[in-house]
Design a protein around this ligand. Structure first.
Ligand code: SF4
Length: 751
């Protein structure tokens, strides 16, 4: 097949003489603005949808709520402030309107805290209303505002989101460390001060009339003769009673190290107000600078660790100069242990594609190998960059996912990869990485840098993850000893499948509702990017042909069966008119490579593991062979010669045959449909298909409310739409329902 030809089967003119890149006639390069994958058609205006963004980076993380989605905050407010049932409808409508206005402000780049954007949104709404409507709205919003217990910066999904969110979560972990540090330092400072104070109280200076007067206070000043009291109390101190000079110096030196430390600030403490010298900075834009700073500060860390250890011994009166002096004289940065380093802040490095040249990548790998507490955000804004050596071939994810895969190979670093669209959902995993005592790499695709593109970054980032172009995974060395405990790909949509499957509903020219079941592939992701319009050819509706098949189906075909077929991606234009864009060979090759990489990840994540499957197959065969041999040996003997125990064994063997087929038994389809409700993610897909058949329970998780309220087709379609594959359609109840054979076949993977 030529480089430019989509397909070349001269026997069938119609589709197969199609060429891309300069084709004339009826086939155009797909260069119209605003075409987008058909399954994304309903996400055209994100400000009208309730989804994870914008986020509220909560101040102080009260009650563990470090980051919330705006929708989550509003749902919480409504639960508290709006009356249940119909009386609360007006309040709910008003507050949801405010939420939409805040979302629109954030999407236009308006910065500010939730309280600031709330006020702005409120005044925008008021301006567009008459007096009566304004008064009703004011009333509802005031009630909701009273219930609002948190504030914090509102961030939408854009190029700054990964660093803003990760810095916020990193700061939360550092604040926790600071609290622990000051608890310890305050306790030690108190203990050391008490020792000095007790010593001072034995001195003559502690009993001067002025000092006695100060200690009694003004209320009783007139009642005492402080001169006389001083004469009575002044007793010459015994020489051996006072603190030895060396000990006093040791204690004062530890206190001075505590006072001058530059690693932590108390909450609300501003550097300028506390000391002339600024505290250390721990956020960098280069691994080299972070590593240099870490090295430079090691002597200070060693000094602080030494002071804390001395203080502990002094407070417990266990310091023995003969044993401890030589030990502490030799304590320097080379003596520090990982436990010592864990007391101090980690170093956050935020890198973007452009910052990450070869030298920086080498430093990054050095940092990840070093075991030092470095937390690195490697943000990729564009994952469809061309490889300079293979110009013209897609080397997607070169700087992002390959870096993360390499880091997994190091074994000792925490590695997380995700698109920014999913950062909110994986916030706990990010926190775990921030708290991990060694290095951590966070590889994030922001979706925010494609020239001349009209899709919002959130959608592009979600499409990258959905299409396996930038799959999510986590490698957590602290989670266990084996790969099964450490490596996880569960955050990907429909992780068990090659491509996530979606329903496409549309109306044809005869106004009939058509449903297609489509995989979202790498080619669909590339189709979102107008730079690659030349890789697609739009086929006019009149030229659609049975030989055109969706890319996901095409990729499943063997070479012989795919010959003569034209793979396409379904797109919609600005008016939501369905288009078919045929995909060129290069892109099909790239999609195949993407699928291979995804399958390797699946194997690492324990899905379709080839070693496990092969072993299972071998064991099954061995077991089957041995069972047959045993049974044949028994059958070969005359019945009266078979000892009773042997007969029992045969019966037992038959029983085992039944028991030893758990997979088949488990795989047997259930008759009754059901949903694994506790795993429901409230995505709304099933409810949209039939809201009488499916309903939410009190936890807003779906269950089958009335199986007779819909058709078997709807059950199967819901199962196929469910992103977490928890709907099990069972068997059809109505034997006369059309297309049952096809539906039963589609239901099979879900039963
Ligand atoms: S489709 Fe699945 S995840 Fe979504 S609401 Fe229904 S059951 Fe829950």
């Amino acid at each position: 097949m030529s480089k430019d030809a989509v397909s070349a089967n001269p026997s069938d003119a119609g589709v197969y003489d199609l060429t891309i890149g300069g084709a004339g006639g009826d086939f155009d390069e797909a260069r119209e603005p605003n075409v987008r994958p058909a399954v994304l058609a309903r996400y055209r205006d994100l400000t009208k949808l309730r989804y994870d963004y914008p986020l509220v980076l909560a101040d102080g993380g009260r009650g563990g709520e470090i980051v919330r989605s705006l929708s989550g905050v509003v749902d919480g407010l409504l639960q508290q402030s709006a009356p249940r049932g119909i009386e609360g409808e007006r309040d709910r409508a008003h507050v949801l309107r405010l939420e939409q206005e805040i979302r629109a402000l954030a999407s236009r780049g308006t910065k500010g805290s939730l309280s600031q954007l709330w006020e702005l949104a409120e005044s925008n709404l008021f301006r567009r209303m008459d007096a009566a409507a304004r008064s009703a709205l004011k009333d509802s919003l005031a009630r909701a505002r009273d219930a609002l217990m948190l504030d914090g910066e509102v961030v939408d999904c854009n190029e700054e989101t990964p660093s803003e969110l990760l810095t916020h979560l990193w700061s939360f972990v550092q604040d926790q460390k600071a609290r622990q540090f000051f608890d310890k330092i305050d306790r030690l400072t108190q203990g050391l001060s008490d020792i000095l104070k007790a010593d001072f109280m034995k001195s003559a200076d502690a009993h001067t009339p002025e000092r006695l007067k100060r200690s009694v206070g003004t209320a009783y000043e007139a009642a005492f003769d402080f001169e006389a009291m001083s004469r009575v109390l002044r007793v010459a101190p015994r020489q051996d009673d006072s603190l030895p000079n060396k000990r006093r110096q040791r204690i004062n030196s530890a206190l001075s190290v505590f006072r001058s430390q530059k690693f932590f600030l108390r909450p609300g403490e501003h550097a300028e107000a506390v000391r002339r010298e600024a505290p250390h900075c721990f956020v960098f834009d280069s691994c080299k600078r972070a590593l240099d700073a870490f090295q430079d500060r090691l002597p200070e860390i060693a000094g602080l660790v030494k002071a804390m250890s001395i203080a502990e011994l002094e407070c417990e009166n266990r310091y023995q100069e003969s044993a401890h002096d030589p030990f502490f004289d030799g304590l320097d940065e080379n003596s520090l242990t990982p436990n010592d380093l864990a007391l101090f802040p980690s170093y956050l490095v935020c890198l973007r594609n452009a910052d990450c040249d070869a030298a920086e990548r080498a430093k990054l790998l050095e940092a990840l190998c070093s075991g030092l507490p470095l937390k690195v955000l490697a943000q990729s804004d564009d994952i469809l960059d061309h490889h300079p050596v293979w110009a013209g071939r897609f080397s997607f994810g070169r700087q992002g996912s390959q870096l993360a895969s390499m880091a997994v190979g190091l074994n000792s670093s925490y590695v997380l990869q995700s698109s920014s669209s999913h950062l909110y959902q994986i916030r706990e995993r990010i926190l775990r990485g921030m708290g991990y005592e060694g290095p951590a790499l966070f590889s994030v695709f922001s979706g925010s840098h494609v020239p001349a593109a009209d899709m919002p970054p959130y959608l592009r980032a979600a499409a990258a993850m959905e299409s396996r172009a930038f799959p999510a995974f986590t490698y957590d060395p602290a989670a266990g000893a084996d790969l099964a405990s450490r490596f996880c790909i569960d955050d990907n949509p429909q992780a068990q499948r090659d491509w996530p499957m979606h329903h496409l509903y549309y109306e044809d020219e005869d106004h009939q509702r058509i449903t297609e079941h489509l995989g979202f592939t790498f080619a669909d992701f590339v189709a979102c990017d107008r730079r690659y319009a030349g890789r697609f050819a739009r086929v006019p509706r009149g030229k659609w042909h049975a030989g055109m098949i969706p890319v996901a189906d095409f990729l499943e075909l063997e070479a012989q069966t795919s010959a003569g077929k034209a793979p396409y991606v379904p797109m919609v234009d600005d008016s939501n008119v369905l288009q078919r864009l045929v995909v060129d060979d290069e892109l099909i090759l790239a999609a195949r490579r993407c699928l291979e990489m995804w399958r390797s990840l699946q194997e690492l994540g324990g899905i379709n593991n080839s070693h496990a499957s092969r072993l299972l197959e071998r064991e099954k065969e061995r077991w089957e062979r041995e069972r047959q041999q045993e049974l044949e040996a028994l059958r070969g003997q005359p019945k009266h010669e078979i000892p009773a125990p042997a007969l029992e064994q045969e019966t037992q063997a038959q029983k085992e045959t039944v028991q030893a087929q758990p997979e088949e038994a488990l795989e047997a389809p259930m008759d009754e449909p059901y949903i694994e409700t506790p795993r429901c993610t409230t995505c709304d897909e099933c409810i949209q298909i039939n809201n009488r058949m499916f309903a939410y329970d009190d936890n807003k998780q779906a269950y089958i409310a009335d199986v007779d309220a819909g058709t078997y087709r709807e059950l199967v379609e819901a199962a196929e739409s469910c992103q977490v594959a928890i709907i099990h359609p069972g068997k059809p109840k109505n034997p006369n329902e059309p297309d049952l054979a096809d539906l039963i076949q589609r239901a099979e993977p879900f039963n």
